[in-house]
Design a binder for this molecule. Structure first.
Ligand code: IMP
Ligand code: MG
Length: 193
């Protein structure tokens, strides 16, 4: 597994790690997502529900860019992966504070891969009676979708590679990288499915 110095050197073209999105590109994408949300909600108050843990960086940047009255809550979703990058059992903990009954809810996640996480989350949240329910993801992985829904707002479409940084992890590491990088197949214990 790569160490943090090697990954941080990627921005300086000193390591084999491939930068997929730079910090500047991410800032531009988050600004775009904020403008999309403003255009859709047109001044209405919204409740942003971040999906822990991967969305924390996006949520913290987004809430400072979006010019709407905003409440913030979090829900938990984890598809256990371990050293492999293949998704495992999906576990959800959905009991958001503040309450979402009657609220315009925007669910925010780091990445839409197969789509199983977002689909299951939206189904459970719908039971809690929001006035409206939409989804936003920073990244959408090309050619991986295994569900019928599409996220309502997408920051970037990326190739089918396992990526880390800006909230995304590999074995709980790398979430604090300020950019998004693809792990090389040799850095991953098992092959991507
Ligand atoms: P999905 O249910 O297949 O759409 O997977 C979504 C979840 O898997 C995301 O919320 C991430 O936690 C995780 N995930 C999917 N692809 C990646 C990746 O390339 N890097 C890090 N995490 C990922
Ligand atoms: Mg996640």
């Amino acid at each position: 597994m790569l160490d943090i110095e090697t990954l941080c050197a990627a921005d300086r073209d000193e390591s084999p790690v491939k930068t997929v999105l730079t910090a500047d590109q991410l800032a531009e994408g988050v600004g775009r997502l904020a403008i999309e949300a403003e255009a859709y909600y047109r001044g209405r108050p919204i409740t942003i529900l971040g999906v822990l843990t991967g969305s924390v960086v996006l949520v913290s940047d987004l809430i400072r860019r979006v010019n709407l009255p905003v409440r913030i809550g979090f829900v938990e979703a984890s598809s256990y992966r371990g050293p492999s990058t293949a998704p495992g059992d999906l576990r959800l903990r959905v009991s958001p504070t503040p309450s979402i009954a009657g609220q315009h809810v925007l669910v925010v996640d780091d990445i839409f891969d197969t789509g199983h996480t977002m689909t299951a989350l939206l189904a459970q949240l719908k039971e809690l009676g929001p006035a409206s329910l939409r989804s936003m993801v920073l990244l959408r992985k090309h050619g991986r979708k295994a569900v019928s829904m599409e996220p309502d707002h997408v920051g970037f479409e990326i190739p089918n590679e396992f990526v880390v940084g800006y909230g995304l992890d590999y074995q709980d590491g790398y979430r604090n990288l300020p950019y998004v990088a693809a792990l090389e197949p040799g850095d991953i214990v098992d092959d991507n499915p």
